[in-house]
Design a protein. Structure first.
Length: 268
């Protein structure tokens, strides 16, 4: 009787083992079959739930369009991970601009990273990228030195016309005319071409213009830029054009040309 019971026990556990093995094999087969039917996740799947972001990237993505895909940044997605939105420093590092806090205060939409929102005096952050312009405005003091970047540039890459703040020198001036003499970040470093019309100059230098206009010497026919060449406040010596027309004895007695001839604008 005991022998029979033992045989039945062995048979029961043997059968149970076979069933368990069969279930495991069946489960693995089902899982393997199921995995084979599921395609790998690609960026094209993201648009099914997130239609707005891919459209924004397509239109305004800059390097976020050309250099990376959705899964390069969004390495996790709930419920399998909570870090769906990565820190900017995951990719951006190594420059002073990337050390700033609060990236989203300007870069409010990471899918349009260069469509910046500019509010308040953010000159410091601006100059971490636009270092040349910051150096120019600091090294060449003018009224522009005390103006916040965002006061003129109300949107990123927006360059306002000078006439938004400044009156024209003359009615025929255009924005490109202003820039031909005044670099905007160092506006008092005035340079110009020889062909610059004299009435641009006499709009500020009225007295000199009036004297020259009334003068009857050959200076009357010269343009301002002919004598005051290339850079504002250039005053050439008379000998640059006239050489030394008088003997040494006379020049010793009258060392300054203006002692006898007055100014270049009111030549006598």
């Amino acid at each position: 009787m005991a022998k029979l019971s033992r045989k039945r026990g062995i048979a029961f556990f043997t059968g149970l083992g076979v069933i368990v093995i069969a279930l495991v094999v069946f489960g693995v087969g089902v899982k393997a079959g199921h995995s084979a039917k599921v395609p790998p996740l690609t960026d094209s799947h993201c648009v099914h739930c997130h239609p707005k972001q891919p459209a924004t990237i397509e239109a305004h993505g800059a390097k976020h369009k050309t250099e990376v895909g959705c899964q390069d940044c969004h390495v996790e997605h709930p419920p399998l991970g909570a870090s769906a939105v990565p820190a900017c420093s995951m990719c951006h590092s190594g420059e002073s601009h990337y050390e700033l806090e609060g990236c989203s205060s300007c870069h409010s939409d990471t899918h349009a990273p260069l469509d910046l929102k500019l509010e308040g005096d953010i000159t410091g952050p601006c100059l971490t990228c636009h270092q040349q312009q910051g150096k120019e405005v600091k090294d060449h003091p003018s009224a522009h030195t005390d103006v916040a970047c965002s006061e003129c540039h109300t949107a990123h890459k927006m360059v306002p016309e000078c006439m938004v703040c400044h009156e024209k020198h003359t009615e025929d001036m255009e924005f490109k005319t202003c820039l031909s003499c005044h670099p905007v970040h160092m506006p008092l470093e005035i340079t110009y071409v020889r062909e610059t019309p004299s009435h641009y100059c006499t709009a500020c230098h009225e007295e000199a213009g009036s004297l020259l206009q009334a003068n009857t010497t050959k200076h009357h026919d010269l343009s301002c830029a002919y004598c005051h060449r290339d850079k504002h406040k250039t005053v050439p010596p008379c000998v640059a054009c006239h050489g030394q027309p008088h003997p040494d004895a006379m020049l010793k007695k009258f060392p300054e040309c203006g002692d006898c001839h007055g100014t270049g604008h009111d030549l006598r």
